[in-house]
Design a protein around this ligand. Structure first.
Ligand code: DOR
Ligand code: ZN
Length: 337
């Protein structure tokens, strides 16, 4: 029996730049209709010129695939309303990183002083620009996300008209926060639906599963699975597919990121089928994101999958994907756009 998915969206994706962009962008562009493209390049995408130039490089990298890059800017508390108005039509969201919390985030926000953030966040609310947030403090690694919930609460209550997206949530505390504040939403990755910390560090260390936020406890994964499998209207798929060259992963000082883009749709299909919730995958993978990001235009694309083993390539360029060399149970048979 085949399974059809319409216009899949990846609402959190790292496409990088240069040669890496040429390697990874076509893989997402082939199977997804669009993706929120993260701005953590070196230097970060924080001007209109940089955003437009990056969008053009993405366009060149994807060739004639039907795919929309939804562009983001790297949050700075110095953005003025005039500046945001001038760039409004070119971007879909703004991504906030706490300073130094993950790959290329050194220029992020240090301290969360509402007075300092107010002008930019007020302007974003007025212009209806969603705020995507990497929600971790610099506390103990397993507690960082749960500790950040109080900052989400501060943001959600001070800026009630601002759409705030808790990116790549990994804890039951974040799932609980979703229903407490009308303006909080979340993305969930494939890898956080699959693994716990045990898979990363419980046996031999698995660098290709090391990411930020780090995978948590079984009860956290359960909470994520519950809202993903029921396609809770405030959650959407965001892969956080984050490619790094093999040497940067298999090294002392391993870079954070799991590369899932080329197999995400197939493995999500398997997971939802396994949990008897395949009827909800369409909403999790596209419908919810279209409602939450109310003004994105989404190209039509139809993905047809069949239950048939597929051996995942061991590498794409220099990047080792999730399940490298292993067999997964669903194969994409047809893509129509
Ligand atoms: O694992 C991660 N990798 N988490 C992030 O937040 C950033 C990403 C990256 O850009 O490598
Ligand atoms: Zn990310």
């Amino acid at each position: 029996m085949s399974i059809t998915l319409n216009s899949p969206l990846d609402m959190h994706l790292h496409l990088r730049d240069g040669e890496m962009l040429s390697t990874v962008a076509p893989l997402s562009a082939k199977t997804f209709s669009g993706a929120i493209v993260m701005p953590n390049l070196v230097p970060p995408v924080d001007t209109k010129e940089a955003l437009l130039a990056y969008k053009e490089r993405i366009g060149l990298a994807i060739g004639d695939e039907t795919f929309k890059p939804y562009m983001t800017l790297f949050f700075k508390p110095t953005y003025t309303k005039e500046f945001l108005e001038s760039v409004r039509d070119e971007l879909t969201a703004i991504k906030l990183y706490p300073a130094g919390i993950t790959t290329n985030s050194e220029g992020g926000v240090a301290g969360f002083d509402v007075k300092e953030l107010r002008p930019t966040l007020t302007a974003m609310s007025e212009l209806n620009i969603p705020l995507c947030v990497h929600g971790e403090t610099n506390g103990f690694v397993m507690d960082r996300e749960a500790e950040f919930v109080s900052i989400y609460e501060m943001l959600a209550t001070n800026f009630p008209k601002l759409k705030i997206i808790m990116e790549h949530i990994t804890t039951k505390e974040s799932v609980e926060a979703l229903d407490r504040f009308e303006n909080l939403y979340a993305t969930i990755t494939l890898h956080h639906l699959l693994i716990t910390l045990d898979d990363v560090a419980g046996g031999m260390l698995q660098p290709h599963l090391f990411c930020k936020p780090i995978a948590k406890r079984p009860e956290d994964r359960e909470a994520l699975r519950k809202v993903a499998f029921e396609a809770h209207p405030k959650v959407m798929f965001g892969s956080d597919s984050a490619p790094h060259p093999q040497h940067a992963k298999e090294s002392s000082g391993c870079a954070a990121g799991v590369f899932t883009a080329p197999i995400a749709i197939q493995v999500l299909t398997e997971l939802f089928v396994e949990h008897s919730t395949i009827e909800n995958l369409q909403a999790f993978l596209s419908g919810n994101a279209q409602s939450i990001y109310s003004n994105i235009s989404v190209p039509n694309k139809r993905i047809i999958l069949e239950k048939e083993p597929y051996i995942v390539p061991t590498k794409y360029g220099e990047v080792v994907p999730l399940y490298a060399g292993e067999s997964i149970n669903y194969t994409i048979k047809e893509i129509e756009s």
